[in-house]
Design a protein around this ligand. Sequence first.
Ligand code: HAM
Length: 413
Amino acid sequence: MSEIIKKPRGTSDYLFNDAEVFEEVRNSLLTLAKKYGCFYIMVPTYEEGKLFHRTAGESSDIVAKETFDIIRKGDKDYTLRPEFTAGINRAIIENKLYASPDMPLRISYFGPAFRYDRPQKGRLREFNQFGVEFIDTTLDINTIIDCLIFSYNAVKKITNKDVKVKLNYLGSFASREEYKEELKKYFAKKIDSMCDDCKRRLEVNPLRILDCKVKEDQLIASKAPKINDYLNKEDSVRFKQITQVLDKLKINYEIDSQLVRGLDYYTGLVWEIYSIDDESQIALGGGGQYSSLSKDIGGPPLDGIGFSLGIERLLLTMSKEIKSSIDIVIIDNKKDASIFDIVSTLREEGFSLSIVSASRSLQGGLKMADRLNASYAIIVDEENYKIKKLDTREQIEVDKKGLLKYFSEVSHA
Ligand code: HAM
């Protein structure tokens, strides 16, 4: 026998109900995005590698170590998208969407992303994201708050759980450079006892050390200087404005001065969303502002803010089961392929319909109809049709005209 081929580690098969729940979550999120004024766009699952690998000294693990890079095809390197933000901004620039007079642009997206990470609960190599990007020449406070509130409400609505936002404010490049210098001085004294990744981070971007997952390093990082002490006046005022609105709206948030996020492009507000009763504390979504991404990938100066939610993590958190069902199951005792005129008419009337395998007995067919959660079975005999209502087990016998009349009445009831 040939070897059974299994799916790659860190990927998922969505079967039956799971696939239906997935689709329902997708539809709810995209419908919600419309309420926030978003237009849906689709971008490729892979892009030129340099879109993601932009800088030589890249410090984000996602981009430096976890991308699926496709072996050179022709004269280009390609990379499966580890996230959407870079691709969406590339599409905005390439299609000149920024020339719209209707700013901010509000764009939504949904689809798979790929990261070569160590698979574990809630951490996959192929996973799906829903997200939005709001783009303007200069972002105003309304756009920033609307985006943050959207992410919070979306997670609450989908999971039906209490959720919490962790916030931080990374400030402008100038104030951050000063902060990085201070961090460098602080960590330089401790670095000998820290992990190899932190040693590399100290050289490339000491901010990243704040995000280290090693327990001992986290303890050292928790005592590092805080970014809030290095924000300029304008940034401090804006951060305060944001938290005041959140207080007013009774949004559950907490300021986490160690939150730096896993990607390098952030400036200004950053946040992550968690379910309150999730012990493992994995982020269901995250986002933030960015002010130089567009310029870095060859576009005009544009400000952006956005967030992405991990669909698989939402599915793990929510407690919802959809029992899929079908309207009609046909048990064809004649087995002469004469059923297709009624099959077509019933489907045109809007009924979902499946046909039992000819190898099944009548009893077997009825059991299958029950398992499929069907409302009706139609048993096709030599002369007539029996319609069985599966909840009450009532059965009537009709001719073809009677059958079509019966279901026409059901569909208009
Ligand atoms: P991110 O925090 O890297 O941000 O990912 C967003 C969400 O995607 C995470 O909170 C998590 O729910 C999900 N996720 C990430 N990695 C995995 C994984 N390996 N397995 C399962 N789920 C995962 C971004 O991707 C940014 N592009 C968000 C953003 C949009 N910032 C600005 N605009």
